[in-house]
Write a protein that binds this ligand. Sequence first.
Ligand code: IMP
Length: 191
Amino acid sequence: MPLHIYFATSNPHKAVEIRNALQKYGVDVKHIELELTEIQADELEKVAEFKAKEAYRLVGHPVMVEDAGLFIHALKGFPGVYSSYVYRTIGNEGVLKLMEGVENRAAKFKAVIALALSQDDVRIFTGECHGMIAEKQRGKEGFGFDPIFIPEGHDRTFAEDYEYKNQVSHRKRATQSFINFIKEEGKHLLE
Ligand code: IMP
């Protein structure tokens, strides 16, 4: 019998990526469209934990949320926890402007999955993907910062090679860590 897990997000792209990553492990992801409160905090883990508790209150059932960010080395980790605001305001063009003439283009994506098993029991799973900021936007697939992010060991952006993104992404790695937990100790928690 497949395991079912609710995944709350207002971002349909994330829901698809999470569903595809978990499907092959027999976990059926039920997407719930929810606009959750994005608190201001210095770590994605805190933002995700707050969202997971809020989602649990609304759904009344174990539920998973995910928060992600782009951390650019030369900008001391910016936009990081402010990624959503930065994307909405200056967007990819603005980030490329900040990076004009910058030689060290190292960056990473980080994803934090928070699984609320009850109101006070939240488990955290993280995943990172290292890479660099492209010189210009390339590619049409994916979403958000995908057109400006080139994963390590590759020459195309996430938006140019979406299949590759889904093999190596921060989100894929966070779901891997979630799956390890489910396999080792968490299966009964979702039944
Ligand atoms: P949040 O996790 O939805 O708060 O994401 C923060 C910002 O990072 C949003 O603007 C997203 O579009 C962007 N973002 C999150 N995940 C990804 C990704 O996998 N690729 C590109 N951009 C992303």
